[in-house]
Design a protein around this ligand. Structure first.
Ligand SMILES: Nc1ncnc2c1ncn2[C@@H]1O[C@H](COP(=O)(O)OP(=O)(O)OP(=O)(O)O)[C@@H](O)[C@H]1O
Length: 594
C-alpha cells in the first residue's frame, strides 16, 4: 500500500464525499437487512396462518382468520417494497459520492501529472517514450481510479455488511451460520486468482492492440513510401501476423471468462444448497423456524456480491498500487533547470558565451568545446558548420533547454541561470530545426505563444515570414486547418509559418535554427531582408549550413566539431582561402551549378 499512500492527499481533499459515501453505504446496507427479517416474520406468519386456518375449518371464524392473515402479508409486502425504494435512493447517493469522488481525483491527478511533465527537462523526454508518458497519464491514472472508486466502495459495503449481518445470523443459529459462510472465502480467493489471470490476459490484448494500432497508423501515414517501395504485400503479411496474435489472445481470454461465471454461480449455488440442507435439519430439530431459512437465503444473496467483489477489489488494489508506483516514479523526477534568482526584466539582447563547453548528459557527446562569442543588441550573428558540428546546441543552451557544462552564458550581463525561465523564454523567438505545427488552424499555430492574439500583428508576422500570400490563397485563409484532417503544407511553407509564430511574439532575441533550408534562395533573401527590418535593435542568431543564409549577418562563426574555427564577416571569411567557410561556399556553389 506504500505507493498508494500518495493518493491520501486527494482522499483528504474530498473528505466530505468520502464520509458521505460511508454514511450512504451504511444506510443502504441497513435497508437491505431489514427486509430479510420481515421475510422471516412473513414466512412464519404464513405457516402459523395455514395451521390456524385449518384449525377453524368449518367455522365462521375461518374467513376472519383468512382476512387478517392476508392483510398482514400485504402489509409486509408493502413494507419490503418501501424499504427497497429507500435503499435504491441511498445506493444512488453512494455512487454519487464515492464514484464522483474517484472521477474528481482522477481529473486532479491527470492535471498534476500533465503539469509536472511540462516542468521536466528535455533530457527526461529523451529517456522516456511518448507512449510511456501517455500510458502513465491515462491507463495508470485509470487504474488508480478503480481503487479510489469501486474498490473502496465495495470494500466498505463488504465490511459494513459483515459487521451487521454476521451477528444477526449468529443470534439465529451458530451452526447454520458457519455452514452458510463456508463457501464464501473459497469464492473470494478463486475470484482473486481468476481475476488476476483475466487482467494479465487483458493487458496482453491491450498491448497487442496498441502494437497493431501503431502499425496501421504508421502504414497509412507513410503510405507514400509504402506504395513507392511496393511493400503492400509485405505490409499485409505483417498485419496478418499482428492480427492473428491479437485473435489468439482474445480467444484465450474468452476461455477464462467462460470458466469464470459458471464457477461463481456454482459457489453461490453451493451456499444456497448448504443453507437449505443444514437449515432444513435444524427446522426438523426445532431449533429454528422455516422463516429463518428464508432470512438466511437473503443474507447469503446479500453477502455473495461483496465477497465476490473482495477477490476482484484485491486484484484492483494490487494493480492500482503498481500503477501508482509508476506514476510516482515520474512525479519524483525533478527538473535540473532551476533558476537561482528568478530575475524578470525586459531583455535588451546583449548575449555573451564565455568559454562554454557542453556535454549531453544522456549520451556523453561533447557537443561544444570552449566556445566564446558576443552578440550585441540589434546585431545578427550567424553560425555555420558541417552537420553535427554543434550549431543547434548553441541555440538549445541559449534557450536554457540545457545548462552549460562549463563556462557561462549571459544575457545583458546576467547569467541565464539567474533569469526566471518564463521571463527568459518568453522573450526569445525560437524556430527549431524540426518544424512542429499543431493540428489546428494556421491562425492558432501562429498565435501559439500569445495570451492575447492580435489580428494585425499576426498578419504582419505572416508577411515578414513571407508566407502571407500562400495563406490567403487557401480557401479558409488563416482559419485553414493543418494536420491530419486539414491541409498539408509544403516543407518551406511549414518553416515560414513556424518563423511567423516566432516573429508574432516580437521577441527580443530571435533564433532561426536551419529554418530556411526548405525555401528557395529568392524567398530566403526576402525573409532575411524583412528580418533585418523587424529585428532592428534586437538580437538575431541565425544557424544554417548554407552560406546564402548567413552571408548578410554582422558576424559569422564557423563551427567544426564543437569548436569555433573561424569568425568574421562574409568578406573576411571569404578572404581566408584555406578556411572551412570558403570550402563550404565553394562546395555549395558547385552543387548549385550541378
Ligand atoms: N539531444 C541530444 N542528446 C544527445 N546528443 C545530442 C543531442 N542533440 C545533439 N546531440 C549530439 O551533439 C552533437 C552536435 O549536435 P547538433 O545538433 O548541435 O549539431 P548541428 O551542427 O546542429 O547539426 P545539424 O546541422 O545536422 O543539425 C552531435 O554529435 C549530436 O549527435
Amino acid at each position: 500500500m506504500s505507493a498508494l499512500s500518495a493518493t491520501n492527499k486527494y482522499l483528504f481533499r474530498y473528505k466530505w464525499h468520502f464520509l458521505g459515501g460511508v454514511l450512504f453505504v451504511a444506510l443502504s446496507t441497513l435497508l437491505a437487512i431489514f427486509p430479510a427479517q420481515i421475510v422471516r416474520y412473513a414466512f412464519d406468519l404464513v405457516s402459523e396462518g395455514i395451521d390456524l386456518y385449518h384449525l377453524y375449518a368449518g367455522t365462521e371464524a375461518q374467513s376472519s382468520v383468512y382476512k387478517l392473515f392476508g392483510r398482514n402479508v400485504l402489509l409486509y409486502g408493502i413494507l419490503i417494497i418501501l424499504l427497497a425504494v429507500l435503499r435504491g435512493i441511498f445506493l444512488f447517493y453512494t455512487r454519487q459520492t464515492l464514484i464522483v469522488m474517484s472521477r474528481l481525483i482522477e481529473n486532479d491527478q491527470k492535471n498534476e501529472i500533465f503539469q509536472h511533465y511540462q516542468s521536466l527537462p528535455l533530457s527526461f523526454y529523451r529517456r522516456h517514450s511518448t507512449g510511456d508518458l501517455m500510458s502513465r497519464i491515462s491507463e495508470d491514472v485509470g487504474r488508480v481510479r478503480m481503487y479510489i472508486g469501486p474498490a473502496i466502495m465495495y470494500f466498505l459495503q463488504l465490511v459494513i455488511l459483515f459487521v451487521l449481518i454476521v451477528p444477526l445470523m449468529l443470534m439465529v443459529n451458530v451452526k447454520l451460520t458457519v455452514y452458510t459462510l463456508l463457501p464464501l472465502p473459497i469464492l473470494s480467493v478463486s475470484i482473486f486468482y481468476i481475476n488476476n489471470i483475466i487482467q494479465r490476459k487483458s493487458d496482453e490484448i491491450q498491448r497487442s492492440l496498441a502494437g497493431m494500432t501503431t502499425f496501421v497508423q504508421e502504414a497509412f501515414s507513410g503510405i507514400r513510401v509504402l506504395k513507392s517501395f511496393v511493400r503492400e504485400e509485405d505490409s499485409h503479411r505483417q498485419f496478418t501476423v499482428a492480427s492473428e496474435n491479437y485473435k489468439e489472445k482474445s480467444l484465450s481470454l474468452n476461455f477464462v471468462n467462460s470458466l469464470f461465471f459458471p464457477l461463481i454461480l456454482f459457489l453461490v449455488g453451493l451456499s444456497t444448497i448448504i443453507t437449505v440442507w443444514v437449515g432444513g435439519q435444524e427446522v426438523i430439530r426445532g431449533t429454528i423456524t422455516t422463516g429463518s431459512i428464508a432470512e438466511f437465503l437473503i443474507y447469503v444473496n446479500l453477502l455473495t456480491w461483496p465477497v465476490t467483489a473482495l477477490g476482484w477489489t484485491s486484484s484492483l488494489v494490487q494493480r492500482a498500487e503498481a500503477s501508482q508506483a509508476r506514476i510516482n516514479e515520474f512525479l519524483h523526477e525533478k527538473t535540473d533547470i532551476i533558476s537561482h534568482h528568478n530575475v524578470q526584466r525586459e531583455i535588451q539582447g546583449d548575449i555573451v558565451f564565455d568559454h562554454v563547453s557542453f556535454t549531453y548528459p544522456d549520451t556523453g557527446i561533447e557537443a561544444l568545446r570552449d566556445v566564446s562569442f558576443r552578440i550585441r543588441p540589434g546585431q545578427t550573428l550567424a553560425v555555420i558548420g558541417n552537420t553535427g558540428s554543434g550549431k543547434s546546441t548553441v541555440a538549445a543552451l541559449l534557450c536554457r533547454l540545457y545548462d552549460v557544462t562549463q563556462g557561462t552564458i549571459t544575457v545583458d550581463a546576467t547569467d541565464v541561470r539567474d533569469y526566471a525561465l518564463t521571463s527568459l523564454r518568453s522573450q526569445i523567438g525560437y524556430v527549431p530545426q524540426d518544424v512542429f505545427l499543431f493540428s489546428d488552424t494556421i491562425r492558432n499555430n501562429i498565435n501559439f505563444g500569445l495570451d492575447n492574439p492580435n489580428e494585425e500583428r499576426m498578419r504582419q508576422a505572416a508577411q515578414d515570414a513571407n508566407v502571407y500570400d500562400n495563406i490567403v490563397q487557401f480557401p479558409e485563409g488563416f482559419d485553414t486547418k493543418l494536420g491530419e484532417r486539414g491541409i498539408t503544407l509544403s516543407g518551406g511553407q511549414k518553416q515560414r509559418v513556424s518563423i511567423a509564430r516566432a516573429l508574432v511574439k516580437e521577441p527580443r532575441i530571435l533564433i532561426l535554427d536551419d529554418s530556411l533550408s526548405a525555401v528557395d534562395t529568392n524567398t530566403e533573401n526576402a525573409i532575411l531582408n524583412s528580418l533585418q527590418r523587424v529585428m532592428e535593435n534586437r538580437t538575431s542568431l541565425i544557424i544554417s549550413h548554407r552560406v546564402s543564409s548567413v552571408k548578410l549577418a554582422d558576424e559569422i562563426l564557423v563551427l567544426d566539431d564543437g569548436q569555433i574555427v573561424q569568425h568574421g564577416t562574409h568578406d573576411v571569411l571569404m578572404a581566408e582561402t584555406d578556411g572551412l567557410y570558403r570550402a563550404l561556399y565553394e562546395r555549395q556553389l558547385q552543387s548549385e551549378e550541378a
